[in-house]
Design a protein around this ligand. Sequence first.
Ligand SMILES: Nc1ncnc2c1ncn2[C@@H]1O[C@H](COP(=O)(O)OP(=O)(O)OP(=O)(O)O)[C@@H](O)[C@H]1O
Ligand SMILES: [Mg+2]
Ligand SMILES: [Zn+2]
Length: 482
Amino acid sequence: MTSLGVNMSSKSAKTIFICRECAYESTKWLGKCPECTAWNSFEETVQRVAPKASGKAGVGKSAAGLSGGGNYSVGAAETFTLKDVGTTDDIRYDTGVAELNRVLGGGLVKGSLILLGGEPGIGKSTLLLQICGKFNSSLSILYISGEESLRQIKLRAKRLGVMNEKLLLASCNDAENVSDTILAGKPDIVIIDSIQTMHTETANGTSGSISQVRECTNIFMRTAKTLGIPIFLVGHVNKDGGIAGPKVMEHIVDTVLQFEGDKNYTYRILRAVKNRYGSTNEIGVFEMTDAGLKEVPNPSKVMLEGRVRDISGNCVACIIEGSRPLLTEVQALVTKSAANFPARIATGLAFGRLNILLAVLEKRAGLYFSRLDVFVNIIGGIRLDEPAGDLPLAIALISAIYDKPIDAGTDSTMAFGEIGLGGEIRNVPNASGRIREAARLGFSRCIVPKACMGEKLPKGIEIIPITHINELLKLFGVNNRT
Ligand SMILES: Nc1ncnc2c1ncn2[C@@H]1O[C@H](COP(=O)(O)OP(=O)(O)OP(=O)(O)O)[C@@H](O)[C@H]1O
Ligand SMILES: [Mg+2]
Ligand SMILES: [Zn+2]
């Protein structure tokens, strides 16, 4: 291992200030970040300056046997052609948890550094301790906790029913010690809980500060790459939902997983925010139980639990999360406003989208919301960022303004489709997948963009194709007002 230069001379180190929110760097302290406009977000940190390479450029060229072009200095990295680089087929471990495999892009990649972020108590330690019991039993796993005593971990493992003979535990806060332990023991998989409790002497500040978190992450990155083993880092999330510590930490690691969920619900959603080895739009759904996290292979059912059909202002939407259709409920509440500026509250979707849709409903369907407070909520902490959410949102709003439920009698309706500024309903991808999911869950009808009728659609469910939002009014038995 190369020395990290614990005794840094003043020449090899310079003081810089880094924005906690966006990782903007400045040579002097600033009250307000010019990049992200956050106040009081700068933290002092010492940056090591890499020593200048002593070899003259071009010297190594002949040694490397390369002719023409390019400056290769002595000690430069070996170069390979793509053809020469070996790949083995089994570069991924099966975590034994299908939902986690999916989010990771098909398993745990060897040599990758994975950051698992989430609010306190959401279940990060639970998830990671649980997978310790699910990996192939021939793999050796090292679980390092800087937060909990070994006794606490043992008690949790007992509660979760984790019985892995080869699981090694350590309680340690020193990043270099942890790294040495890993390099000496050469485990197959390492879990470090959490990065905010790790400390290194090569950086200043207390544990959890920007410089500490950044340097410790770098140390573990080197360790992961040196041994070619996967390392999980647990990261705490600050109050705005970002992973505490600088954005640079997200840049360093290979994969950032976010564990989300509402404290009031038992289910949790695992999402890849960044993934160098897979797609970032897959989600995994879990349920927190006494015996730990349980996989939820049928998330639509969970999202629709407790749904009351015949109240106004509701409509079920279908969004596509990764490759899976997911049904969730859109709720709208419209009340007479007492204020000059009526309230517009949107939870689970972009505020601007709600405003655009209200304008379209006014201009193209003659529905006036200007003296009404409008509240919109997407059930289950799901975000309705897909354009396909426009149509169910419009239906929920129309249902709310007329105080008439869309699901009268025995109907149960799902809708999807994008709404253009002209009030036209536009097609969205994967219509048949969405309709199939609705049919599977026992829905009786789907309101869809007419344009998707050209595709081969699943049978056994009523399909109502529409081309313009005006046609929605008829569904509620009211006349077009424009
Ligand atoms: N004895 C128990 N029985 C049932 N559920 C429990 C029990 N103990 C803890 N839990 C559940 O596990 C959750 C805590 O999970 P865990 O400790 O894995 O969270 P964490 O994300 O690691 O939190 P932190 O950031 O504080 O380390 C609790 O919120 C609770 O729902
Ligand atoms: Mg924990
Ligand atoms: Zn900033």
